[in-house]
Design a protein around this ligand. Structure first.
Ligand code: MG
Ligand code: ZN
Length: 227
């Protein structure tokens, strides 16, 4: 048996500015609550779409617009550190689109979302998708005030994503396993991946999709209460 690998973790008080960070999270939660009230007042159903870079968040949103665009008036906030590449893709699908560039932050926060909410006429919106910055860590800690949260992973990220990033699954109502058309090529057992998510977060609905072929998109919409 090889020796176990030594794991270094920060001791209490060792992380710089711990109290500042707690204040920050608390402030975020308060603004998220305000966002929720604004969205409820205008009867907008908002969905926070989280996941790694390249997992298929934008394409999932494009597919959902394709499926639901005749039923709902859809708006999209695209969160990225920089660029408007994804927002332009989504706009081509006919959704009202706003880009949120975080500068260097690796997640959206409730304050940025509130700013964006003030820039569109919510009377004209039924469903709002908020594409978070590609990241599996801090977006989980920053609720935005949405009705539901979705995490998108893909088989190309390998079989261990839920084990490495359990918290984001616990925070998500729906977990999408995307790119199942590539599962064989990647040697990833989708059933095993799904079981790992269910073990970490039994209440999370898991949906398998291929945004490329369109498989499973209707099930995502149903899981979000949109169909
Ligand atoms: Mg994207
Ligand atoms: Zn971050």
């Amino acid at each position: 048996m090889p020796d176990e690998i030594e794991v270094i973790v920060p001791e209490e008080g060792e992380v710089f500015d711990v109290e500042l960070e707690e204040d920050l999270l608390e402030a975020n939660r308060r603004i998220a609550e305000e966002n929720k009230q604004i969205l409820e007042r205008y009867r907008v159903k908002a969905i926070d779409v989280m996941g790694s870079v390249g997992s298929g968040k934008t394409m999932l949103i494009e597919r959902l617009i394709e499926l639901l665009g005749s039923r709902y008036r859809i708006a999209v906030f695209g969160g990225d550190v920089t660029t408007t590449i994804d927002a332009e893709r989504v706009r081509r699908r006919g959704a009202k689109t706003l880009q949120i560039n975080t500068g260097k932050e690796c997640h959206l926060d409730a304050n940025l979302v509130r700013k964006a909410l003030s820039k569109i006429d919510l009377n004209d919106v039924d469903v709002l998708f908020i594409e978070n910055v590609g990241n599996l860590i801090c977006p989980a800690e920053f609720p935005l005030g949405t009705d539901s949260r979705v995490v998108v992973i893909s088989v190309t990220e390998g079989p261990y994503t839920p084990l490495k990033h359990p918290y984001i699954f616990m925070e998500s109502d729906v977990a999408v396993i995307n790119k199942i058309d590539l599962a064989d090529a990647m040697g990833v057992d989708v059933g095993e991946l799904e079981a790992r998510i269910k073990k970490i977060s039994p209440d999370t609905t898991v949906v398998r999709t291929s945004c490329k072929t369109g498989e499973g998109i209707d099930r995502v919409a149903r899981a979000l209460g949109l169909l």
